[in-house]
Design a protein around this ligand. Structure first.
Ligand code: SF4
Length: 368
């Protein structure tokens, strides 16, 4: 174990935490305790540190729906690709979305065929682009969770103040708590605890997860991203499981408050309001997305462009849907590491560094 914990920021603390986890795993008396990390950044950290291999065999870690690129459904991707082909449109998008396969093609391939698709680092870049290209319409693909939505909302407020007429968004932002509830209601998936996302929680606060123990009797720990944060989260979850007293515990208290960030939430809800939203693998989840409030609907790309797409489809043979619900692991997919690799991704979960399939693929050698 000492060789494996050398890569940890604090190997001494990591070894103590692993010993405590082993004690708790034994005293649980359970054949299997199932914990899920919700956030894609946690998934990558867990693989990078080899944590799945270091914890006892009766503790199973599953990955959840916390990668924003992965959960954006093909219907939204197809619509944005179709929009990008319109004359006079600049389609502005985060780089991770470029290679995600839609039903027929990807943004990368649409760009190669002449669509004006440009990578931006933020919605503010897209607004700047609109001001620099007044003869064009700039459409920004608004994907991401509560971490990105406040900045997008602030950008729309700025465009509204400036009277910008050629800036639009395709609203596809999603909210984490309704998706967590949908996962907890998945038939046959008996979860004992959740490692709740650190970044999202800085915005929504730890109080947003109170429904996890109160409605579902499941333990919850909000965790940071260092190796010891994750190990401590596992320890705290197991303590709750062993005691039979699930609650919300914030391990990441250096950044996460109970109430979150009220200023960011206010900006987000000044511009957006919750709506039912489709998630890859999870279907339509009530009140899990954000749409523009009527005062800002003129920025909605669907108000400006009449885009219709044929019935969207998932890539044949891809199991991303089941993976995002924690029902199967990537190696269970017959295409994993053969037809589907980070260089030739068949599904969204292999495209981005935060995707569960790519994490499995990249760190499989170190795991072996
Ligand atoms: S390995 Fe590829 S095809 Fe299989 S589930 Fe993952 S992304 Fe989809």
């Amino acid at each position: 174990m000492s060789r494996l914990t050398e890569r940890f920021e604090n190997p001494g603390d990591a070894r103590l935490l692993l010993d405590r986890i082993a004690d708790l795993a034994r005293s649980s008396g359970r054949d299997r305790v199932q914990l899920m990390e919700v956030c894609g950044t946690h998934t990558v950290a867990i693989f990078r540190y080899g944590i799945r291999q270091l914890i006892p065999e009766n503790i199973r870690l599953l990955s959840g729906p916390g990668c924003p690129v992965c959960v954006t459904p093909n219907s939204a991707i197809d619509e944005f690709i179709e929009m990008s082909k319109r004359p006079g449109v600049i389609a502005a998008v985060f780089g991770d979305m470029m290679r995600v396969p839609g039903s027929v093609t990807s943004l990368e391939r649409a760009k190669a065929k002449g669509a004006d698709v440009r990578v931006v680092y933020s919605s503010l870049d897209a607004l700047k682009m609109a001001k620099e290209n007044p003869e064009k319409s700039v459409v920004f693909f608004a994907v991401g969770f509560e971490t990105t939505a406040p900045t997008i909302a602030a950008t729309i407020l700025g465009a509204d103040r400036d009277g910008t007429q050629n800036f639009f968004v395709l609203p596809a932002n999603k909210l984490i708590p309704p998706a967590v509830a949908a996962v907890l209601e998945t038939e046959g998936l008996a979860l004992d605890g959740l490692i709740c996302p650190g970044h999202v929680s800085t915005i929504i606060g730890s109080d947003a997860y109170e429904f996890i123990p109160s409605r579902y009797g499941v333990a919850a720990v909000v965790a940071g991203f260092q190796s010891t944060d994750i190990l401590r989260a596992i320890q705290l979850l197991l303590e709750q499981v062993v005691a039979g007293k699930p609650r919300v515990h914030t391990e990441y208290s250096r950044l996460v408050k109970k109430e979150g960030n009220p200023a960011a939430l206010k900006v987000m809800y000044d511009v957006f309001e919750p709506c039912d939203s489709a998630w890859r693998g999870l279907g339509v989840i009530p009140s899990s997305g954000l749409k523009l409030r009527p005062d800002f609907s003129r920025f909605d790309s669907s108000e400006r462009f009449d885009v219709s797409v044929a019935q969207s489809q998932e890539p044949a043979g891809c199991l991303c849907g089941e993976i995002l619900r924690g029902k199967v692991d990537p190696p269970d997919c017959p295409l994993f590491a053969g037809e589907c690799t980070p260089e030739t991704p068949v599904g969204a979960c292999m495209v981005t560094t935060e995707g569960t399939c790519q994490a499995h693929y990249r760190f499989r050698e170190s795991r072996d």
